[in-house]
Ligand binder design. Structure first.
Ligand code: MN
Length: 132
């Protein structure tokens, strides 16, 4: 489902990081991990990455500020950034989209649908895979 895709997961919570990495890995993705915004941005700039899953609540710089910076740099402006948020409250969607994120997924993570939800951010790839 995510075969051939490199996904960077920026998440400070070790359990969530491991869970997300396992689910994406099972779906065929190559998973890169970062535990804070600064490390995540460095990886996004220095390695080929197809999509970033960005926890919103991170120690130090938060995920939305990191998304804003990535979207503001020519080298990473077109890299899809999907927020991971525990707060799907009113106004959060607007804040996430205003930061330049391409969408968001909510925590707690639904282990049965998570990789499909991530794959949905690759419509062209899903189509190509279906034809292969
Ligand atoms: Mn967090």
């Amino acid at each position: 489902m995510l075969k051939g895709r490199t996904i960077l997961v920026v998440e400070d919570n070790p359990q969530n990081r491991e869970l997300v990495a396992d689910l994406l890995g099972l779906a065929g993705a190559l998973v890169l991990l970062a535990e804070n915004a600064e490390a995540g941005m460095a990886t996004a700039r220095n390695q080929p990455v197809d999509l970033v899953l960005m926890d919103v609540s991170l120690p130090g710089m938060d995920g939305l500020e990191a998304a804003r910076i990535l979207k503001g740099h020519p080298a990473t402006a077109r890299l899809p950034v999907v927020a991971l948020t525990a707060h799907a409250m009113k106004g959060d969607r607007e804040r996430i989209l205003a930061a330049g994120c391409d969408g968001y997924l909510t925590k707690p993570i639904d282990t049965r649908s998570f990789s499909a939800s991530v794959a949905a951010f690759f419509p062209a790839a899903a189509h190509a895979t279906a034809q292969a």
